[in-house]
Design a protein around this ligand. Structure first.
Ligand code: C2E
Ligand code: MG
Ligand code: MG
Ligand code: MG
Length: 291
C-alpha cells in the first residue's frame, strides 16, 4: 500500500505547483469573505443537501445515496464544498454544520422509507475535526432517535487521514457506533498515507475507491491494477467495496468484471436535490414494476 501512496503522490505532484502571485491575495480575500458568511449560514438556512445514488452492480437497484452539502449564498451564489468545507473545518464550524447534515440526511431518508421508496441507506461524510467534539456520538444518536431512522441505514464516511491525525478516534468510539448498527466506510480509499493496519484495528465495513483511480482505469494499466487490488483486498477482509466517480460504460464494465459491489458516479446520476432524487427513485420503481 505504501507503493500505491507513492505512486499517487508522484502522479498528483506533477500538477501540484504553487504560484505565489497576486492571485494569492484574492484567494485570501475570498477566504475571509467565506469565513464571515459561513458563520451566519446555518441560522439563515442557506445549506442544502444533494443526494447521489449508489447502485448495486448485481441487481442494478439504487440501494442508497451519499448526502453532499451545498451552500446557497445570496451574493456568492452556489458555493461548492471545496470552497468552504476546509474553512469550516479550520474554524470548527464543521461541528454544528455536520450535526445539521446528520439530522437532515437521517430525516430525509426516513421520509423516503415511509413513502415506500425502498430501504435506502444514507452515507454522510464526517470530517476528522468532528471527532474532536465530545458530543459526536450523542449528536448522531439524537439524529437517529429524532428521525426514527434505523441505525443500519446510516453509513459514516471517514477518510484515511483521520487514522493518522492527532485526533485519531478511540477504537472504542467506533465500536460503539458499530454496536448501534451504524456502518463505517473509508472514503477516497488509496489516497491517504496511512498504513493498512487501521483496517484490522478499526471496525470498518466498506472501502470506497477514490475517483482518481477510477477515472483512468481504461487508459492506465497501473490504475486498473490498483482498482482490481483494492477490490480483492476489500473482499479478502470481508468488506464491501464501492467505486466513486464512475463516468463511463467502460469503467462500469471493468468494475463489474472485477466484482465491485456498488458504484456511484455521473454515469448513473449526478448528485441531485432531494425532490429530483425522489423523482428518480419513483421513475425507476415504475419501470421495475412494468418489467
Ligand atoms: P467526497 O465525499 O469524496 O464526495 C464525492 C465527490 O465526487 C462529490 O463532490 C461528488 O459530486 C463528486 N462526484 C461524484 N460522482 C462523480 C463523477 O462521476 N465525476 C466527478 N468528476 N465527480 C463526481 P462534491 O459534492 O463537490 O463534494 C466534494 C467533497 O466535499 C466531498 O468529497 C467531501 O469530502 C466534502 N463534503 C461534501 N459534503 C460534505 C459534508 O456534508 N460534510 C463534510 N465533512 N464534507 C463534505
Ligand atoms: Mg464521501
Ligand atoms: Mg470520496
Ligand atoms: Mg473524493
Amino acid at each position: 500500500h505504501a507503493d500505491i501512496a507513492m505512486y499517487r503522490a508522484k502522479k498528483l505532484g506533477r500538477n501540484n505547483f504553487q504560484f505565489h502571485t497576486p492571485a494569492m491575495n484574492e484567494e485570501s480575500l475570498e477566504r475571509v469573505r467565506i469565513e464571515g458568511a459561513l458563520r451566519n449560514a446555518l441560522e439563515r438556512d442557506e445549506f442544502v443537501l444533494h443526494y447521489q445514488p449508489q447502485v448495486d452492480l448485481r441487481t442494478g437497484q439504487v440501494v442508497g445515496m451519499e448526502a453532499l452539502i451545498r451552500w446557497r449564498h445570496p451574493e456568492l451564489g452556489m458555493v461548492p464544498p471545496v470552497r468552504f468545507v476546509g474553512v469550516a473545518e479550520e474554524t470548527g464550524l464543521i461541528v454544528p454544520i455536520g450535526a445539521w447534515v446528520m439530522r437532515t440526511a437521517c430525516a430525509q431518508t426516513k421520509a423516503w422509507h415511509e413513502a415506500g421508496l425502498g430501504k435506502l441507506r444514507v452515507a454522510v461524510n464526517l470530517s476528522a475535526r468532528q471527532f474532536g467534539a465530545a458530543d459526536l456520538l450523542p449528536s448522531i444518536e439524537a439524529a437517529l432517535e429524532d428521525s426514527g431512522l434505523e441505525p443500519a441505514c446510516l453509513e459514516l464516511e471517514l477518510t484515511e487521514s483521520l487514522f493518522m491525525s492527532d485526533i485519531t478516534p478511540a477504537v472504542e468510539l467506533l465500536h460503539r457506533m458499530k454496536v448501534l448498527g451504524i456502518h463505517l466506510s473509508i472514503d477516497d480509499f488509496g489516497t491517504g498515507y496511512s498504513s493498512l493496519s487501521y483496517l484490522s484495528r478499526f471496525p470498518i465495513d466498506v472501502l470506497k475507491i477514490d475517483r482518481s483511480f477510477v477515472n483512468d482505469i481504461t487508459e492506465d494499466a497501473n490504475d486498473a491494477a490498483i482498482v482490481a487490488s483494492i477490490i480483492a483486498l476489500a473482499h479478502n477482509l470481508r468488506l464491501s467495496v464501492i467505486a466513486e466517480g464512475v463516468e463511463t460504460a467502460e469503467q462500469l464494465d471493468y468494475l463489474r468484471r472485477q466484482g465491485c459491489d456498488e458504484i456511484q458516479g455521473y454515469y448513473f446520476s449526478r448528485p441531485l436535490p432531494a425532490a429530483d432524487f425522489e423523482q428518480l427513485l419513483r421513475q425507476r420503481r415504475t419501470l421495475a414494476r412494468r418489467g
